[in-house]
Design a protein around this ligand. Structure first.
Ligand SMILES: *Cc1c(COP(=O)(O)O)cnc(C)c1O
Length: 383
């Protein structure tokens, strides 16, 4: 140690402080990444600029939240470390109550509700395509939440958000809509009366299959929302700054991607419907789909990039078709640039109600003609 003045630190100290930290260029065209886990106090011991600690104050996370809030016509949005973290935050923040949830819903959340959600809440699982079934399940004054998922995984059944919100609100219940498949491009649940919209941002919102994240958004940031926000900040179920930055990048092209994926999925669904080895095509855009009328009203700009097919010959035939495709990738998840095929019953495992002969298709951004021909060559081998 030498005796230089405190105002002249050594190069080692200057380097260790990264030149004092500091701000990136305020004129940068693209968003910057706020990697800081903590923020400095003012000399007067205050935090006049706002942020204190990374778990709840990260600027990149907040910037992505504002971007998503715009897209959903929301007042506030919250990002989470995964879609499951976002969904379960709603149930965990809700004081014990009766909940109405769909029979057909994302498998992972259904299992969580049965194993963990039911410790706090009483849950009725109903057919969310049938308004009379929902009316019968709701207990006025006692049901606190109606959870919906539309279109639902993997049969793509629709729930009429406006009608269900009306029924729920009359009974004093809130409505939360898992809109992962529709995205704000095709459906805006808050505009239709839902209180909270939920997303697995892992899917379309990010859209590049390289981030696991989730989100909630609301038009009324009061009541339950405040508990959810407080719980998220304390539990720390937040994404990292780089993931938030990647999500921001993904959201910039969400509208274009989803419209194109919807167009391609519609073309592929129509052509597959005529294939002799296909026993049924499940796509809300087809007039043969049982919920087509609701879909046409609720998704006026497209029916989404997801469809399922049922293959003649059962589970073994479905797995054989998936084994022979060249362009489609065999993987779970969806909403990315690469088209994916999945034998859904295999991943859901024991207790799954998914038909064995069903293949779930996530249509990406490749040429739809190439995608159809690839499926057709694989299906032809069964004919
Ligand atoms: C994937 C998915 C989830 C769960 O999201 P993760 O990001 O995987 O945790 C919830 N709901 C739906 C409809 C999904 O597709």
């Amino acid at each position: 140690m030498d005796d230089r003045p405190a105002s002249l630190p050594t190069p080692r100290t200057i380097a260790a402080r990264a030149l004092g930290g500091g701000r990136p260029s305020p004129t940068a065209l693209t968003p910057v990444i706020d990697m800081s886990a903590t923020y400095t106090r003012d000399a007067d011991n205050g935090y006049s600029s706002g942020p204190v600690y990374g778990r709840k104050d990260n600027a990149s996370v907040q910037q992505a939240e504002r971007q998503l809030a715009e897209l959903e016509h929301a007042r506030e949005a919250l990002l989470f470390g995964s879609g499951m973290a976002a969904a379960t935050a709603v149930f965990a923040a809700l004081p014990p109550t009766h909940i109405v949830a769909p029979k057909a819903m994302y498998w992972g959340l259904r299992v969580w509700l049965e194993r963990f959600g039911s410790v706090f809440h009483e849950i009725s699982f109903v057919d969310m395509s049938r308004l009379d079934a929902i009316r019968a399940a709701i207990r006025p004054g006692r049901t606190g939440l109606v959870w919906i998922e539309t279109p639902s995984n993997p049969l793509w059944t629709l729930t009429d958000i406006m009608a269900v919100s009306d029924i729920a609100h009359r009974a004093g219940a809130l409505v939360c809509a898992d809109s992962t498949v529709a995205t704000p491009v095709l459906t805006k649940p808050l505009d239709l009366g839902a209180d909270i919209v939920m997303h697995s941002a892992t899917k379309y919102l990010n859209g590049h299959s390289d981030v696991v994240a989730g989100a909630l958004a609301t038009a009324d940031p009061s009541g339950l929302w405040l508990r959810i926000k407080e719980m998220r900040d304390q539990n720390g179920a937040v994404p990292g700054a780089f993931d938030a930055w990647l999500l921001m990048r993904g959201l910039r092209t969400l509208d274009l991607r989803v419209r194109e994926q919807s167009r391609s999925a519609a073309l592929i669904a129509e052509r597959l419907a005529g294939h002799p080895v296909i026993a049924g095509v499940l796509y809300p855009g087809l007039p043969t789909h049982p919920d087509h009328a609701v879909a046409a009203r609720q998704m006026p700009d497209g029916f989404g990039g997801m469809l399922s097919v049922r293959v003649r010959g059962g589970g073994a035939a479905a797995v054989a078709v998936a084994a022979r495709v060249q362009l489609w990738r065999r993987a779970t998840s969806f909403g990315g640039i690469e088209s994916l095929v999945e034998h859904r019953a295999s991943i859901e495992g024991e207790g799954s109600s998914c038909p064995e002969d069903l293949l779930r298709l996530s249509v990406g951004l490749e040429d739809p003609g190439d995608l159809y021909r690839d499926l057709a060559q694989s299906l032809d081998l069964l004919a």
